[in-house]
Structures are given as C-alpha cells and as structure tokens.
Ligand binder design. Structure first.
Ligand code: M6R
Length: 352
C-alpha cells in the first residue's frame, strides 16, 4: 500500500505547488459551477464502506449533499433521481452486478455517472460518463485491502478538487491538505512498522467468539470495514458499530473478555469515544485502541494500543484501516484459514 500512492497522485497532484487537478471531472463543471446539486454514491461491501467515509469528507469539504446506498438495494426502492444528481458507483472490480444495475438505472433516469474504479475498461467504467481510476494495481486476494485505501484516497482527491473548483476551500487550505496527502507513504510505513505488535494482538483475539469494532464520524465506516475484513477471512464473528449506538443494543453483547477494537484518534469525537471505551471496559471487554501517536493517556484506559500518526481527520480513515486489515490477516493466518481465497466468496460478484 505504501507504494501505490505515487500512481494515484501521478498527473493529479503537483508536489512542487501543492496543487490538485483531476482532469477526469472537468466535464462535470461549468467554470466554477458544478453541473450537479447532489451526489448519490452506490456500492457494495468494502466499496460501500469507502462510500460512507466519502460522504463525511465530501460533505464537510464541499457542502454538497451526498447520499450513500447499498447498490444491491438501490433499484428496489425507486430512488429519486434527476439530471442534477451525480451518480458515483464505486467498485474495485468494475464488474459487481448490483453496482452495475444501479448505475444503469441512474443512466436511464438521466443522471451523469462518475465511476471510481480500479480496473481499466471494466463494465462499470464503460457505462460511466467519466471515471476516477484508483490505480491500486491488481488485487488478487478476495478481501479488498489496498483497493479500499485507494478508494479513500480517490474520494479525498475528488472532494478537494471540487472544493478548488467551487471555492468552498481557499488555496492555502487545499495546499496544506495536499501536502498532508503527500505524506501518506511515510504515514503508512509508520503503521506497518508495528506489524509484530499487531500480530500479537490478532493472535489474542483469533479465538474469540465475537469481536466488536466501534468508531464515530469518519471512523464509523472504518469500524464496519474492520469487522467485515475480520469475519471475511478469519470467520470470527465480528460487527462494527457507531459508538453512540452501543447503548441502543450492542452493549448487551459485552461480557468478560469480549474484544472491542475502538478507533479513537485525537479528534473532536475523542472524549465521547473515550467514554464509550470506558463503558465497555467496565463491563469486562478486552479493549484495543487504534489511537494517535502522542496520546499517552489512552495507555491507562485500554488493554492494548496500536498507533497511527497524528493527522487530519480526512486522512485518519486511510491510516486506521491498515492495522484493521493486519488484524484480520494475522488472525486468519493464526487460525489457518485461507487468507486469499476465503470460503464461499468470489473476488467479483457478477451475479445478483
Ligand atoms: O469489486 P467491488 O468493489 O465492486 O466489490 C464489492 C464487494 O463485493 C467487495 O468489496 C467485497 O465486500 C470484498 N470481498 C470485501 O473485502
């Protein structure tokens, strides 16, 4: 993953000027005016989780409303669509049947389609008006890993370029965000250095019956993704929750030793996340924090800490995803399940 960023940034981000331009989206604008009033993202599985993170990023940077749908449900709820809706199917493979069907429905209703996709010339890109390619390189294992982080990067670049064109962010703000994006290879390398520690933690939880992942805001979908990854390749039952929802039901699952992985960077949700972690700890949970470098206080609250670099909130989901992917990988490897080809799953789901 550390090495894919230069391909994603190539021709889009200028290191020297800290500038950004996605030529792929030129046709979606008339000068500084977008030709759309709202964005509707459709995707499945891991790509849906990327979409959910994208909603937070795009809305907060551009102030354009974003809806996110399971592609598998989209065509069955008679969605309200018009020519001012930009439809964004997100897909690693570009062949997912439900995502393609959602895209086709949107085209029939007169929407413009901008795909985010990893596979050049795939069906979803051929049906789209334009595509932001994620350039993560071929992904062989069934579990989407680098394709997911590449989708997150593509969504941030998309949001930043809308902001540049519409003026929703100033040039200096964009420059500093671009400069931070350019640090991603180093940030990711810092996370990967903890692989041995993450392996130890994964082996501790590999035998659990249930594992819970919690997060708030941008990191709520990351919690969903951490749970999907773990269950998909290790067959350990795992669920992700918005931390604020715990008390509405899921906290009943907490018992002595139940692992809870909390994504708790130092951001504006920190205090609320901390009290959620304390609530589960008080009920006996084995707590693992994905926490910011420099947050020493967290050591006194949780059982185990995995560090991610202190970074802006739009970058944190990219960094927080990597230890979760490693937890899934090491837990599966420890159990001896097939990490690349889990049972009952196909890399691209070309049937409904
Ligand atoms: O190729 P796509 O991104 O459209 O695939 C969507 C899902 O099938 C896919 O993300 C699936 O959830 C992965 N196996 C998750 O790792």
């Amino acid at each position: 993953q550390r090495d894919m960023f230069q391909d994603i940034f190539a021709g889009r981000v200028s290191k020297e000027r800290g500038a950004i331009e996605l030529k792929e989206i030129d046709a979606l604008f008339d000068g500084g005016k977008p030709k759309f009033d709202r964005i509707a993202i459709v995707a499945c599985g891991t790509s849906l989780h990327a979409a959910m993170v994208g909603r937070y990023v795009i809305e907060s940077l551009t102030k354009i409303p974003v809806a996110v749908d399971y592609a598998s449900e989209f065509r069955y709820r008679d969605p309200i669509l018009d020519s001012r809706t930009l439809i964004v199917p997100i897909s690693q493979s570009g062949e997912t049947a439900d995502t393609l069907a959602a895209e086709k429905l949107a085209k029939e209703r007169g929407c413009t389609v901008m795909a985010i996709c990893n596979v050049l010339g795939s069906s979803i890109t051929r049906a789209a008006d334009t595509t932001i390619y994620t350039y993560a390189g071929p992904e062989i294992g069934v579990a989407s890993t680098k394709a997911f982080t590449a989708q997150l990067v593509a969504l941030v670049l998309f949001a930043l370029d809308i902001s540049r064109r519409t003026g929703s962010l100033g040039a200096e703000q964009i420059k500093s965000m671009v400069e931070e994006m350019l640090k991603l290879p180093r940030f990711v390398a810092d996370v990967l250095e903890q692989s041995d520690h993450i392996k130890d933690i994964a082996e501790m939880i590999a035998g659990a019956e249930n594992v819970l992942f919690i997060g708030r805001r941008h990191n709520f979908p990351v919690a969903l993704e951490g749970a999907l990854k773990l269950k998909e390749i290790s067959y350990v039952h795992s669920e992700g929750f918005a931390a604020g929802e715990l008390k509405h039901g899921p906290i009943a699952l907490i018992d002595s030793g139940v692992p809870v992985v909390a994504i708790i960077p130092k951001d504006e949700s920190y205090e609320k996340m901390l009290s959620n972690v304390e609530e589960v700890k008080a009920r006996g949970a084995f707590t693992i924090a994905i926490a910011s470098e420099g947050d020493e206080a967290i050591n006194f609250t949780v059982n185990e800490v995995i560090r991610i670099p202190a970074a802006s909130e739009f970058i944190i989901p990219i960094l927080a995803s990597i230890p979760l992917q490693l937890i899934a990988y090491f837990a599966a490897d420890h159990k001896g399940t097939d990490v690349d080809q889990p049972r009952n799953l196909a890399k691209s789901v070309t049937v409904e």
